[in-house]
Design a protein around this ligand. Structure first.
Ligand code: NAP
Length: 437
């Protein structure tokens, strides 16, 4: 057997995830080495503040604040600092110095993947990022390798644990949005500034990564349509439940064919009603799940812990073993596949179904007026449910809940504009898309 020198591992960051990764390398290095076929050595751990309390014991001689010097001495750099800079510069420097990269940094990849993958491709290095989407759940490697011979048609992902935790409490406990957000903060699922989660930015970054991988097409983050959950009300969630649906914040990546037959891809994030029989409806608490539909494989579901330092370290260590094995075997890394270059379809061009709640004046002929507004804009109505909600003298107000057949978003938007302008509609209470049907 060829004796291989120890592979030098540099770790950037020793926070929630980094500390757990350091612990595993330091205490289970032999087991990892046996799986790799070569020894590994943690040569340093870069942090911001060497005096910070760590979740695990890391020998003081390994701790450094000179990340730039550390990355130049490594065979494999594990970046777990988060944020764009200095992570971006350090990764590019490490690649140019001959290292392979393992990162969990979705923000960096969503904004700079092209630059990083091109730099890696130039020198034959490899970038691994299993932990960047859905924490511990294997989803990057299944898309990149296991499904590489298939054609993925759609991905519906619950990829943000915080928003799933919040929506799940509203649904199952009848809590308000404010109370469940406060509980998410109390339990450490949400940061004090929760905007990255509740406004859908975090999920959009993951949608960009998943869509790029699944469709062999670079899908830039600024072309991912995004809506968060802040407009969702307890009433909407409970009305959805009564109708047999659950509201989930979804990252949706889809191959779409436009009206003129052009093939494209769509990546979008919004809260949507999912049938309560769909596998995603059973994803509770802060868990994540990614539902993949592929032409040959059919539907596949990947489910588990989307975050947590210990859980996420599993994905990082899997990448470390892959990166190390490649070093042992030799040969250049495999470049990211972006050969398909599908156009990105804007939100106005997507087709889905909608659930619209209206407050209307309950009078003869009103339903016909409303139905004609839908017909005028080419949106076909699938179901109508009417409830009289209040009677004031002679005038009655009714709530109308309308489900549509599949319609083009632009047509639906024009219908909603017409409803808002109509004399018989008092208020458009809410519009929510329906997915997974
Ligand atoms: P974290 O707890 O905030 O830890 C960040 C670590 O990086 C800290 O040790 C910090 O040093 C160090 N660091 C930050 N900026 C630095 C700088 N400029 N120079 C040197 N060191 C620096 O972060 P985390 O939760 O472990 O997340 C790490 C990455 O994993 C992020 O990209 C995140 O998106 C991703 N991720 C996290 C989870 C999760 O559950 N936490 C799940 C999936 C993916 P100090 O300790 O000295 O401050």
């Amino acid at each position: 057997m060829i004796e291989y020198r120890n592979l030098r591992i540099a770790l950037l960051g020793a926070g929630s995830v980094g500390a757990q990764v350091a612990d595993q390398i330091l205490n289970h290095g032999d087991e990892l080495a046996a799986r790799i076929g070569a020894g590994i050595e943690l040569i340093g751990v870069a942090v911001r503040d060497p005096k910070s309390q760590r979740a695990v014991d890391i020998p003081a001689h390994l701790i450094t604040t000179d990340a730039a010097a550390l990355v130049r001495q490594a065979d494999i750099v594990i970046e777990l600092m988060g944020g764009v800079e200095p992570a971006r510069t350090l990764i590019l420097d490490a690649i140019n110095a001959g290292a392979d990269i393992v990162t969990a940094n979705k923000a960096l990849l969503a904004h700079h993947s092209t630059e990083i993958f091109e730099a890696a491709s130039q020198v034959g290095a490899q970038v691994y990022y299993e932990a960047a989407v859905a924490g511990a759940i294997p989803i990057i490697r299944p898309l990149r390798d296991s499904l590489a011979g298939d054609r993925v048609t759609r991905i519906l992902g619950i990829v943000n644990g915080t928003t799933n935790f919040i929506l799940d409490r509203i649904d199952t406990l009848g809590e308000s949005m404010e109370d469940s957000l406060a509980m998410a903060k109390k339990l450490g699922y949400a940061e004090e500034d929760s905007s990255a989660d509740v406004e859908g930015y975090d999920a959009a970054q993951k949608a960009s990564i998943l869509a790029s991988l699944a469709f062999h097409t670079h899908v830039p983050i600024d072309l991912v349509y995004r809506e968060g959950i802040t407009e969702i009300t307890r009433d909407q969630v409970s009305a959805a439940r009564q109708a047999g649906y659950v509201v989930k914040l979804l990252a949706i990546c889809e191959r779409v064919v436009s009206a003129d037959g052009t093939e494209g891809v769509s990546a979008r994030v919004y809260p949507a009603m999912v049938p309560d029989t769909h596998p995603l409806a059973a994803v509770h608490g802060a868990n994540n799940a990614v539902f993949v539909e592929a032409e040959l494989a059919g539907p596949l579901m990947f489910y588990g812990a989307g975050a947590g330092g210990v859980q996420t370290s599993s994905a990082v260590l899997g990448d470390l073993v892959s990166a190390a094995r490649r070093h042992v075997i030799g040969g250049p890394g495999v470049a990211e596949s972006t050969h398909a270059t599908f156009p990105i379809v804007p939100i106005s061009g997507i087709r889905t179904r909608y659930h619209i709640s209206l407050e209307i004046t309950d009078a003869p002929g009103v339903l016909a007026d409303i139905a004609s507004l839908f017909a005028t804009h080419g949106v076909s109505v699938e179901s109508v449910e009417q409830k009289v909600t209040s009677v004031d003298g002679q005038a009655a107000t009714a709530t109308l809940v309308i489900g549509t057949h599949e319609a083009i978003e632009a047509d639906l938007a024009a219908t909603v504009d017409a409803l808002e302008a109509s004399a018989v509609v008092q208020r458009v209470v809410g519009v929510i898309r329906m997915e997974g049907l």
